[in-house]
Design a protein around this ligand. Structure first.
Ligand SMILES: *[C@@H]1O[C@H](CO)[C@@H](O)[C@H](O)[C@H]1NC(C)=O
Ligand SMILES: *[C@@H]1O[C@H](CO)[C@@H](O)[C@H](O)[C@H]1NC(C)=O
Ligand SMILES: *[C@@H]1O[C@H](CO)[C@@H](O)[C@H](O)[C@H]1NC(C)=O
Ligand SMILES: *[C@@H]1O[C@H](CO)[C@@H](O)[C@H](O)[C@H]1NC(C)=O
Length: 548
């Protein structure tokens, strides 16, 4: 199996090398860190010369702030200019926790600090913030004031345990969502890092989690992201989607495969009455596929999900889900971008359940009777108006979910193939953000792709044709001084700014720098940057409804 995949990868590699020549697609314009600074379309911020593992965790476009977690610090930055009046809370782990952490043999610099990994908006005045606390996670409430002009930013509570809210190990991802003052986290709940869970905490109701040590539910997951997504018009049918990859043992029990997955739960799930007590009774998951098909029908997977971006529209059903994937092969550095219709994802969750049968425990679509309400349906929603809580679900619904959490059909991208593929490049994509642009000649989706080399590529894809050939790298920007991987990325279309983090710091860059294409009309037009147009005297930002 591994051999076959490798053979196909080599095939693809040769194919792409022969089609495009041995070189990788080049950006129209490459700007080094210093050149980017000179364009005055970028700001860089850090609080120390030592690497502190910065993560942009929350963007508040109403209050004009972005919130950043790092080792031992919580930062509140001005969204218009991150270097202007930054606010900073020093929040280290306690000295004896750091000592215990070192005694336990953990890495003193990359483990035994308080790595801030959760920042959520709690209420109108407070944030809820959690850090790894030197392998002993802790959480606090932070007062940020009612309005940003107040310049309030301070811890406003005692530390409480962050167990079930934030992973102990800062190198193990934590993802989270806050709804109505309840926190939903995907993380590892124990010191050893063996007990992965999707957990609801900070609640006046009971805590709820995934079935413990049940590899049918979660199998050594690495969490990537989490989002609340509406389903139909009834707000009670909204679900939380967790994006992750997991390691599966195959039927022979020996080799392990990596699958990218989407799981979802209903936020109002309070667990079962007789079985699955304090466990999710609405947990379902499906495989997310990003692959290329050979002429002979062999499928090669970009199996490792790295990041997702939801491009929302007025109608939730037309939301696009962009995913970045990489290969787990140690021989080729490969990445791909795949795009999914949210409606295709929902169709898979409404389709057949997977069922193991036969001597080889083959997965087949479940053929038996499906109990009512359909497993995965939210209580109090459009389909279960007479069941207000999951405790009213019949036993057969709960039993079914426990044994059949997996959907049979995988989720395929638009056109069943990646939008962008990179194989044999000396970089890998790590993060993605997407902007919709109205240009002089139509609507474009512009992709901002962060790499493991500390650069951001700005890529445009022609709107009418979702094929790899319509792709153009407009700019490649060195957003950090050294080439440390991009760890988080947020976009504000409203502010026309991109925010990027790495181990080194945080950088803000404008989505466009039209003047860099040159001072001639031809340079401007040939650049094909949808943000820019020739205005008669220079290459400048194009506004479709503007005065010009
Ligand atoms: C951002 O703020 C810094 C510090 O106040 C200032 O030096 C810089 O010029 C500002 N940048 C812009 C684009 O206004
Ligand atoms: C927000 O929550 C904090 C912490 O529980 C509390 O002290 C504060 O009063 C709350 N603020 C509002 C506006 O409800
Ligand atoms: C959860 O239940 C409460 C009370 O019934 C309801 O107000 C709320 O809208 C529900 N939330 C979701 C996301 O279903
Ligand atoms: C999209 O591009 C591909 C490859 O260039 C081409 O074969 C296909 O016909 C195009 N489709 C549309 C709808 O333009």
């Amino acid at each position: 199996m591994a051999f076959l995949a490798l053979h196909v990868l080599i095939g693809i590699f040769i194919y792409f090398s022969s089609v495009k020549g041995s070189s990788q697609p080049q950006a129209r314009v490459f700007l080094t860190f210093n050149e980017l600074q000179e364009t005055k379309t970028s700001e860089y911020h850090r609080i120390s010369h030592s690497p502190l593992d910065y993560r942009i965790l929350l963007m508040d476009e109403d209050q004009d702030r972005i919130y950043v977690g790092s080792k031992d610090h919580i930062l509140s930055l001005n969204i218009n200019n991150i270097s202007q009046d930054p606010l900073n809370i020093f929040w280290p782990a306690s000295a004896n926790k750091v000592e215990e952490c070192k005694m336990a043999g953990k890495d003193p610099t990359h483990g035994c600090g308080n790595f801030v990994r959760v920042i959520q908006s709690y209420n109108r005045t407070h944030l809820y913030v959690c850090g790894s606390g030197a392998f002993s996670p802790v959480c606090v409430y932070v007062n940020r004031g009612r309005r940003s002009e107040e310049q309030i930013f301070k811890i406003d509570s005692k530390c409480e345990s962050g167990k079930g809210r934030c992973s102990f190990n800062p190198n193990v991802n934590t993802v989270s969502v806050m709804i109505n003052e309840e926190l939903f986290s995907g993380m590892y709940i124990d010191f050893m890092g063996t007990d992965a869970a999707i957990f609801r905490s900070l609640t006046r109701r009971n805590a709820v989690r995934t079935d413990q040590h049940n590899s049918k539910w979660l199998s050594e997951p690495i969490f990537v992201d989490a989002h609340v997504i509406p389903d139909g018009t009834d707000p009670n049918d909204a679900k939380i989607y967790f994006f992750f990859k997991e390691r599966l043992t195959d039927n022979s029990g020996s080799t392990k495969q990596i699958h990218s997955m989407i799981a979802r739960i209903c936020p109002n799930d309070t667990g079962g009455q007789r079985s699955l007590v304090n466990k999710w009774t609405t947990f379902l998951k499906a495989r997310l596929v990003c692959s290329v098909m050979d002429e002979d029908g062999t499928e090669t997977y970009f199996d490792e999900l790295e990041d997702v971006f939801l491009l929302e529209t007025d109608n939730p059903r037309t939301t696009l889900v962009y995913g970045i994937f990489s290969t787990s092969s140690s021989i080729f550095k490969g990445s791909a971008v795949c795009v999914y219709h949210l409606s295709d994802i929902q169709t898979v969750f409404n389709g057949p359940f997977a069922h193991k049968e036969g001597p080889n425990h083959q997965l087949i679509p479940y053929q038996g009777r499906i109990p009512y309400p359909r497993p995965g349906t939210c209580p109090g929603g459009a389909f279960t108006p007479n069941m207000r809580t999951t405790k009213e679900f019949p036993d057969d619904v709960v039993t079914f979910i426990r044994n059949h959490p997996l959907m049979f059909n995988p989720i395929y991208p638009i056109h069943k193939r990646p939008l962008i593929i990179r194989i044999g490049a000396d970089y890998k994509y790590t993060k993605i953000a997407v902007d919709r642009v109205n240009a002089a000649d139509g609507r474009y989706h512009v992709l901002f792709l962060g790499t493991d080399q500390g650069t951001v590529q700005k890529v445009v894809v022609l709107p009418t044709n979702f094929s790899a050939s319509g792709e153009l790298i407009l700019e490649e920007l060195e957003v950090f001084q050294s080439n440390s991987p991009i760890t988080t990325m947020k976009i504000s279309s409203k502010k026309q700014q991109l925010y990027v983090s790495s181990d080194e710091g945080v950088t803000q860059v404008s989505l466009h720098r039209c003047h860099i294409y040159g001072s001639a009309c031809a340079d401007c037009c040939l650049a094909r940057d949808p943000y820019c147009a020739w205005d008669g005297s220079s290459c400048s930002r194009f506004y479709p409804t503007g005065k010009r």
